[in-house]
Design a protein around this ligand. Structure first.
Ligand code: UDP
Length: 474
């Protein structure tokens, strides 16, 4: 059965101080247009997880603003069996052009996928009315489209993943998804290169965004960031550290609890040690092992370089739709154990609890702000929110030149891109440059913040969604 996640409305007024008069007027005009377009109808969003990963990050923030703009919007999460989520994870990899675990996508997988989504669709039909707009997210929900469309809903499918150079793996995934997608009126992709021939006549490109007012991105003094990391044990706690406090979405201050159930390997870095940080789900396509090996290469070449590596990700117990997470983390841990002692002391693996998502967000915020360099060494990436989050915090980033990361980061302008994600020496050289050249690091960070402000905030994203709704009716 799908379940609903309740989202509190949030007024758009918080954006006003950051916008020019004309930009603010345009935002209000967009809100009015959205209310008109959806008058009397609900704007549904359906995905497969309420926690962990970029879509679960993006949805509640965007929906809160849509509600604040007066649009009746609701969020439903489909549920499935472990077999269903193995298939959808396989599809996820395939759309990225990767074979994943190599398991088949044949008739029995199709039967399982269809059956789970048929059950979910039946429940959704109790709620969704003719004329409602339903935005389905990612392969996990694509198969809902025919049932919902047949009941009179206007269905849009949004795909947050993709591959720049489609191969037969990608084609196989599209063939699997095609029957469901035939019922979608429009499809949304994060970059033009991801649009498959099958959807070429009805696709729109809308990159994701971050919410600059979310707990994840809220301003945080450097001492408070250090104190939060100190209290959670991610770095050594400095004497005289201030209270580890952050502000919850409802405006109430909260304290990060000591220990916060973090599972950590490696001793805590000293309070002043520069950190190289990657925050990601435990997914092989995020290449956590590659980050570890690249960092090991760097330290073997320069043992005196002052830097520690933190690889952080959500607790593997928390991500319901990602059956691979535990095995990926296990693998990282075993590679960590193989390293010589001096490296083990400088590489820290942290599994962050998701029980209190806002506390988790505050810890991620603190880590990103505290980082000397933020890396995202993905082998594939639809659009890497973690990079945009770090750039908003004016951090210098090193990212692989794959997928959406190529739009998010302009090489040498607001970060560094590594052309071949498998090239460990090139990755290590970029990290070293940013650690050794503070003037360059600061310049890239300042420009990164500006690039995000212009292109990747909710203001731009909301205006793209309003244009999407307009296209739906044309
Ligand atoms: N994230 C988090 N806690 C964690 C790990 C990740 O909140 O322990 C968030 C991260 O800050 C980002 C999102 O999960 O907002 C991941 O999105 P991204 O687009 O980078 O990757 P995806 O998981 O969608 O592939």
């Amino acid at each position: 059965k799908p379940f609903e996640v309740h989202v509190q409305a949030r007024s758009l007024a918080c954006f006003q101080p950051a916008l020019t008069g004309a930009e603010w007027a345009a935002l209000q005009a967009n809100a009015e247009q959205a209310r008109d377009q959806l008058a009397g109808h609900t704007f549904w969003n359906v995905n497969s997880t309420a926690r962990g990963g970029g879509v679960a990050e993006l949805l509640p923030r965007m929906l809160a603003y849509a509600r604040g703009a007066g649009v009746d919007t609701r969020w439903m999460v489909v549920q499935g069996t472990p077999a269903f989520f193995r298939i959808t994870k396989r599809l996820h990899h395939a759309l990225h052009g990767s074979r994943g675990d190599g398991s088949p996508l044949g008739p029995s997988e199709r039967a399982c996928y269809d059956e789970v989504l048929r059950d979910n669709a039946e429940e959704l039909l109790v709620l969704v009315r003719p004329g409602d707009v339903v935005l389905l997210h990612d392969p996990q929900t694509a198969g809902l489209a025919p049932t919902l469309a047949a009941a009179g809903a206007r269905v849009i499918w949004r795909c947050h993943i993709g591959c720049d150079t489609p191969d037969e793996e990608v084609a196989r995934a599209w063939a699997f998804l095609a029957p469901g997608l035939s019922a979608a009126r429009l499809a949304v992709f994060s970059r033009a290169a991801y649009v498959p021939p099958l959807l070429a006549d009805r696709s729109v490109v809308i990159p994701p965004s971050i919410d600059i007012f979310a707990v994840k991105n809220q301003p945080m003094a450097p001492e408070v960031a250090s104190a939060i990391l100190g209290h959670t044990g991610l770095v050594a706690l400095a004497p005289e550290a201030p209270e580890p406090v952050f502000t919850r979405t409802d405006g109430v201050p909260a304290r990060v609890s000591r220990g916060a159930d973090i599972v950590r390997l490696g001793s805590a870095p000293a309070p002043g040690a520069p950190l190289v940080v990657q925050v990601s789900r435990w997914d092989p396509l995020k290449d956590p092992v590659g980050v570890l090996r690249g960092f090991a290469l760097l330290l073997r070449e320069s043992p005196d370089l002052r830097a520690d590596l933190v690889l952080a990700g959500p607790s593997v117990l928390s991500v319901a739709d990602d059956p691979e997470a535990a095995a990926t983390l296990e693998n990282v841990i075993s590679v960590w154990r193989e390293q010589p002692r001096f490296l083990r002391q400088r590489v820290h693996l942290a599994s962050l609890p998701m029980v209190d998502p806002e506390e988790n967000a505050a810890i991620v915020n603190a880590l990103q702000r505290h980082a000397a360099v933020v890396v995202q060494k993905s082998l594939r990436e639809g659009f890497g929110l973690t990079v945009t989050e770090a750039m908003w915090k004016a951090r210098p980033v090193v990212a692989s030149a794959v997928g959406g990361l190529q739009d998010q980061v302009r090489h040498e302008v607001d970060g560094l891109l590594v052309r071949d994600p498998g090239d460990l020496p090139a990755f290590a050289a970029c990290v070293r440059r940013l650690l050794e050249e503070p003037v360059l690091a600061a310049r890239l960070g300042t420009q990164a913040h500006e690039h995000v402000r212009v292109h990747y905030t909710a203001v731009r994203h909301l205006s793209d969604l309003v244009a999407l709704l307009e296209q739906l009716d044309s």
